[in-house]
Design a protein around this ligand. Structure first.
Ligand SMILES: Cc1cc2nc3c(=O)[nH]c(=O)nc-3n(C[C@H](O)[C@H](O)[C@H](O)COP(=O)(O)OP(=O)(O)OC[C@H]3O[C@@H](n4cnc5c(N)ncnc54)[C@H](O)[C@@H]3O)c2cc1C
Ligand code: FES
Length: 402
């Protein structure tokens, strides 16, 4: 798969491990807290920086383009396609993908879609002003479009899912200057509700001048009065345009429902192989709220570092059992399998009892430099079979100790 070929030796890779955060017990109720700057800064490549809102453009009724500046002298390295956690003064945090390939004058661009009734985006749309201060944490995530992507590549953006794709395209265009072959065909489908929600066509036009193979297909939910733009769901347009998707890689960013429908319908109707879908899923909702354990479930004993005995319950993710026991895991995406920061190390004798990592977990593990036996605790569901599960703090990028 294409992702496998990506060179993950990049020092941009997100890599926060338990050992980097030196496993600490904390008060049992850590829900909703922002990871301390101390903890975040101890990781090798994620940072927590204060940022100032320096530009705010209402691109459409539902979309806002922000620019955030970090202080002179600070360095913030990331790979196009990654996202940050933006922390408001009240401590609330949400994730936003970075829309530019590199910081320009220490500025990152974010594209924010207003969620109906959404707490964070409502605050940004109604109250945020130039010069407001926020914190940002990151970078996180492993979404990227490799520079060597083949001409059987389809990019799909849903609304502000355009942001990480734009960052990747910017990088491809920059690579062209360094002699990389970038004239191959790349199909970009951008789905939005209305024409105004295709809020950044100007930058796309500029990019297509530098990427001659880029083929842009806008798709509007309800079409357009002059009928010049495709109507309907974005994934249906792809199904209309391609008879056979079995040899294609699809890179998609946007809402969970769009990505699910894309994978399901393209597989069912056009032979698409879902393992060739690389997705950045914009899950919504409050983060880091530890769900209560499933009621009346049987306990599952856990042993950490051969010393600390603790208990989870059947049916819950290991991450939440560890958090309830007061273990300080950053878990910045709140257990959504998107950030890779909840890594733990499973003792060798227990590994065969765990289900194999799913594709997304395997990708994140690889991307974050995980070693043999490392797993994402949010992706391990506790079952009776796992009672006695032995875990260790993993040493960064090490896996099993030699
Ligand atoms: C990896 C990643 C990258 C992302 N990148 C972007 C990006 O680039 N741009 C972008 O716009 N978004 C992005 N998101 C989504 C973003 O992080 C937020 O989740 C989103 O903006 C909503 O935040 P909010 O606080 O406004 O809404 P929330 O308050 O979290 O609410 C989200 C939705 O749930 C509903 N809701 C909230 N509480 C309840 C309740 N109690 N009962 C029922 N419904 C409820 C709200 O009405 C709303 O529609 C990304 C998410 C992830 C995981
Ligand atoms: S908490 Fe983000 S991947 Fe597990």
């Amino acid at each position: 798969m294409l992702m496998e070929r990506f060179d993950r030796a990049s020092d941009h890779a997100t890599s926060v491990t338990l050992s980097a955060l030196s496993l600490q017990r904390q008060g049992p109720d850590h829900a909703g807290a922002v990871p301390s700057s101390d903890a975040m800064n101890r990781s090798s490549s994620t940072k927590r920086l204060e940022v100032t809102l320096v530009a705010l453009r209402r691109a459409s009724k539902r979309t806002m383009v922000l620019r955030l500046r970090f202080a002179d002298g600070e360095v913030f390295k990331y790979r196009p396609g990654q996202f940050i956690g933006l922390v408001a003064p009240d401590g609330r945090q949400r994730f936003f993908s970075i829309a530019n390939a590199d910081p320009v004058h220490n500025e990152l661009e974010l594209h924010v879609n207003r969620s109906p009734g959404g707490a964070f985006t409502g605050m940004l749309f109604d109250k945020a002003q130039i010069s407001d201060r926020f914190w940002m944490e990151g970078p996180f995530g492993d979404f990227t479009i490799p520079p060597e992507a083949s001409s059987r590549t389809i990019l799909v953006a849903g609304g502000t899912g355009f942001a990480p794709i734009r960052a990747c395209l910017e990088q491809m265009a920059a690579n062209r200057l360094t002699g990389m072959q970038t004239s191959r065909t790349i199909h970009l489908y951008w789905g939005a509700r209305s024409r105004e929600d295709l809020y950044d066509v100007a930058s796309l036009k500029a990019l297509s001048e530098r990427l001659p193979g880029l083929r842009f297909i806008p798709v509007l939910d309800q079409g357009d009065s002059d009928c010049s733009v495709r109507a309907g769901f974005v994934h249906r347009a792809i199904i209309e345009d391609f008879d056979d998707l079995s040899e294609y890689d699809i890179y998609a960013c946007g809402a969970p429902a769009m990505i699910e429908a894309l994978s399901r319908d393209c597989a069912a109707e056009r032979g698409f192989d879902p393992s060739r879908l690389i997705a950045d899923i914009f899950t919504a909702g409050p983060d880091r709220e530890n769900p209560p354990p499933p009621a009346s479930s049987a306990p599952v004993a856990l042993l950490l570092d051969q010393a600390s005995a603790m208990e989870g319950v059947q049916g819950e993710a290991l991450l939440f059992a560890l958090k309830r026991a007061g273990i300080a895991l950053p878990a910045v995406c709140g257990g959504k399998g998107a950030c890779g920061t909840c890594r733990i190390h499973v003792a060798p004798q227990w590994r065969s009892r765990l289900a194999e990592p799913a594709k997304q977990e395997a990708r994140l593990l690889k991307f974050t430099g995980a070693g043999e036996g490392d797993r994402l605790s949010c992706q391990i569901l506790l079952t009776a079979d796992l009672s006695g599960l032995e875990l260790q703090a993993c040493t960064e990028n090490e896996g099993d100790k030699q």
